[in-house]
Write a protein that binds this ligand. Structure first.
Ligand code: FAD
Length: 434
């Protein structure tokens, strides 16, 4: 069978693919020119919903409610939007072979595709305990969360194990959000992680102390400084206990593992230049191979503001990198120039009644301000990171939209801040001055 040919092909049907499709339509794409090939069964959706409202016991989010681009306040792109715009949405189709020199792709179902321009938007996959040789890690009711099927399995288990015991392995944002979601569903929740505090890649010890205290007040038990080394099962293969490195054994009806993710670059190994675990791009998301772009979680791109190459595994970057790549493709077709991507890192999370945002770089000395007492009626606090006498990053819990905008501005402008005591005293009003 002849390969289906498209001018533009996007591999992956996640956040970046959805925002890229919208940008193509904005800038003009003819019917039949663009195809999105996705392993998932559904049109692109806002992935962060899976660990938040998707798991609520009441008023839960379900598709089509959170298809892109609602997460950033845009129009919701339903499956028919793609057909109305002449975009081929090829679902349930995994690309298993990519020959970039021949511009040819093949799927697990033996379909073949060719393209003029390729956008790689394959995102990340979760790290699995089985790959680290953890004993019993393939037991039933041990879950991971990346795609909607995973979330459905967790919802099913929550219903099957009402008031049961859940152990969350991992203290990153997935672990923290899942612990909250399971607690809201009335399970007994224990979190286990090896680090001295949660979210150590972003949180300072002081920030983490607030969230750990808040979680303890909600009845979540946190065990730090040790790891899961094995799982016990019953005679039908369901998990019954988590064994820890320090000898403790935790009863468990459900285990959710959130120990990190890795970018899905395997298809392109040896064909593109990689760096920092991702596909290296320039400031337009062009890879080392002509006419091949990489966006979202897989791209290692120049963070212009900090003069360094980095990967960013967050939704805001997935959206913006996709839009920038499409703008760059369209500009080059018109022989025009586009500015390089100039991204201010932004990450957020929500759990229980909490909601935080972080902008910039979490490097240097820190100053904490505000009310960080986890037992306060309405705690509200933040942190600035100061490097070379300038504020380079800002974090805020419980900020209003205006306040979040203010900390974003500070992180972008990097104003001088020599006196840390003064900065602490001024707190949020420092950011509001700019
Ligand atoms: P993805 O959205 O992961 O999309 C990749 C797509 O490619 C998937 O559809 C996948 O099936 C498909 N694919 C992969 N390989 C192939 C193949 N070979 N053939 C065909 N299709 C393929 N970020 C935040 O900033 N804040 C949050 O609160 C937050 N919450 C999150 C909660 C969860 C549960 C998860 C998993 C992530 C969360 N993130 C959050 C991160 C954010 O969702 C990702 O950074 C973002 O989705 C990356 O977009 P992407 O398009 O690069 O990848």
């Amino acid at each position: 069978m002849a390969a289906s040919h498209y001018k533009y092909v996007i591999i992956g049907g996640g956040v970046a693919a959805g925002y890229a499709a919208r940008e193509f339509v904005r800038l003009g794409v003819k019917p039949g020119e663009l195809a999105i090939i996705s392993r998932e069964e559904v049109a692109p959706y806002e992935r962060p919903a899976l660990s938040k409202a998707y798991l609520f016991p009441h008023g839960f989010a379900r598709l089509p409610g959170f298809h892109v681009c609602v997460g950033s306040g845009g129009e919701r792109l339903l499956p028919q939007w793609y057909s109305e715009n002449g975009i081929e949405l090829i679902l349930n189709t995994e690309i298993v072979n990519a020959d970039l020199s021949a511009k040819a792709l093949a799927s697990s179902t033996d379909r073949t595709f060719s393209y003029d321009i390729l956008i790689i938007a394959t995102g990340s996959t979760v790290l699995r305990l089985i790959d680290f040789g953890v004993e019993g890690a393939n037991a039933n009711n041990i879950f991971y969360l990346r795609e909607i099927d995973d979330a459905d399995k967790i919802v099913e288990a929550i219903h099957a194990k009402k008031h049961g015991k859940a152990v969350i392995v991992g203290g990153g944002y997935i672990g923290l959000e899942l612990a909250a979601a399971l607690r809201i569903n009335d399970l007994h929740v224990t979190m286990v992680y090896p680090e001295p505090w949660c979210m150590p890649r972003l949180f300072t010890a002081e920030i983490a102390a607030f969230y750990e205290g808040y979680y303890a007040n909600k009845g979540i038990k946190i065990i730090k400084g040790t790891v899961a080394v094995g799982f016990d099962t019953n005679d039908i293969g369901d998990v019954t206990a988590v064994r820890l490195n320090d000898g403790r054994v935790l009863d468990a009806d459900i285990v959710v593992v959130g120990v990190g993710a890795k970018p899905l670059t395997t298809l392109f190994k040896g064909q593109v230049i990689e760096e920092k675990g991702g596909i290296k791009t320039d400031g337009y998301f062009k890879t080392s191979v002509p006419n091949v772009y990489a966006v979202g979680d897989v791209a290692t791109f120049p963070l212009k503001l900090y003069h360094k190459l980095n990967r960013v595994e967050h939704v805001d970057h997935a959206r913006k990198s996709a839009e920038h790549a499409v703008k760059a493709i369209k500009a080059s077709e018109r022989g025009q120039n586009l500015g390089e991507y100039d991204y201010l890192p932004f990450f957020y999370s929500r759990a229980f009644d909490l909601s935080w945002q972080f902008y910039g770089d979490n490097d240097g000395k820190t100053v904490l301000f505000g009310d960080d007492n986890p037992s306060s009626a309405k705690p509200k606090f933040g942190t600035y990171w100061i490097k070379g006498g300038k504020v380079v990053g800002a974090f805020l819990e419980a900020g209003s939209p205006e306040e979040n905008k203010a900390i974003a501005k500070v992180a972008r402008l990097q104003p001088p801040a020599d006196e840390l005591e003064l900065l602490k005293k001024e707190g949020l009003s420092f950011a509001s001055k700019f």
